[in-house]
Ligand binder design. Structure first.
Ligand code: HEC
Ligand code: HEC
Length: 226
């Protein structure tokens, strides 16, 4: 009886943990690709502006569907010039055009295309099938945009939220998250703003609009989902 349990336990250790283990392996392989790409461009002469294009908030394990083939395409192609993008940054309709713009660069044309291609150290650009897969993945895991018809007070009570939160992506749908999550998201967005707009720690420019954190949070929390 005892032996039988031991046998079962060890069989389980072998087989039951298999999917989790391979998912971990997939995202650590992705993280290695990401780290290697970062090491390539972060020491170069372009590092200053490249590192500010996107904030360093995403990791291979934080990506949605972390062990999917599409997530590994993200790790392979989308970190060669800036930090890892989050699919939740943009709403579904925005992604195809953004990916097209990036692919043009990866193929060595467009704005600063030659420089960019050079920076990639000869890495290949995605083929048509991979582009299709990337777009599908980004759209599937995208931001849920606000349904403005449901928020007639957006220009009054929601004004701080409206003005602050559509600078880098569409306004997100307030009911898409519970209140406690909004607190975390707004905190991270504050970090994103200082990362993407100016050197962290530098004084804000005079007249630069300041984030009305309490107003924004109050609005989001009053409209939050469960
Ligand atoms: C060859 C270099 C290069 C590669 C590779 C690259 N990008 Fe970019 N990306 C840029 C540059 C330069 C900018 C800033 C200018 C701009 O927005 O077009 C940028 C900006 C962005 C932005 C912020 C701008 C916005 O509209 O929100 C996102 C998001 C983005 N890239 C996503 C991606 C994704 C997804 C991939 C992989 C499919 C990718 N990038 C691969 C060069 C690259
Ligand atoms: C300076 C640019 C910028 C501004 C301004 C900005 N965001 Fe974002 N937002 C980002 C970036 C970059 C991401 C993806 C990376 C991340 O999640 O940190 C993102 C992602 C998000 C997401 C998806 C996050 C997730 O985990 O699913 C939400 C929701 C969001 N933003 C809400 C807001 C709100 C609310 C505001 C206003 C307080 C705001 N954003 C202002 C850049 C910005």
């Amino acid at each position: 009886m005892f032996r039988c349990c031991v046998l079962l336990t060890s069989l389980c250790a072998l087989f039951c943990t298999q999917p989790a283990a391979s998912a971990d392996a997939a995202s650590s392989a992705n993280q290695r690709l990401i780290d290697a790409a970062l090491a390539r461009w972060s020491g170069g002469p372009q590092a200053g502006w490249l590192s500010r294009i996107l904030p360093p908030t995403m990791t291979a394990t934080a990506l949605p569907e972390p062990d999917s083939p599409a997530a590994s395409l993200m790790a392979r192609y989308c970190v060669q010039c800036h930090h890892l993008p989050s699919p939740a940054m943009h709403h579904p309709d925005k992604w195809p055009k953004i990916v097209d713009r990036m692919v043009v660069r990866m193929r060595g044309s467009g704005n600063r295309g030659a420089l960019m291609k050079d920076m990639m150290g000869g890495a290949a650009a995605p083929d048509e099938e991979e582009v299709h897969m990337l777009i599908g993945y980004l759209r599937r895991n995208a931001q849920k945009p606000i349904d403005v018809a449901r928020y007639p007070d957006l220009d009054t009570r929601g004004r701080s939220f409206r003005d602050a939160c559509d600078q880098c992506h569409v306004l997100p749908e307030p009911s898409s998250r519970p209140a406690r999550e909004w607190r975390r998201v707004v905190q991270r967005m504050e970090d994103n703003m200082s990362w993407m707009n100016r050197i962290v720690g530098s004084a804000p420019q005079r007249g630069e609009p300041q984030l009305r954190r309490q107003d924004i949070l109050g609005y989001l929390e009053s409209k939050a989902g469960r």
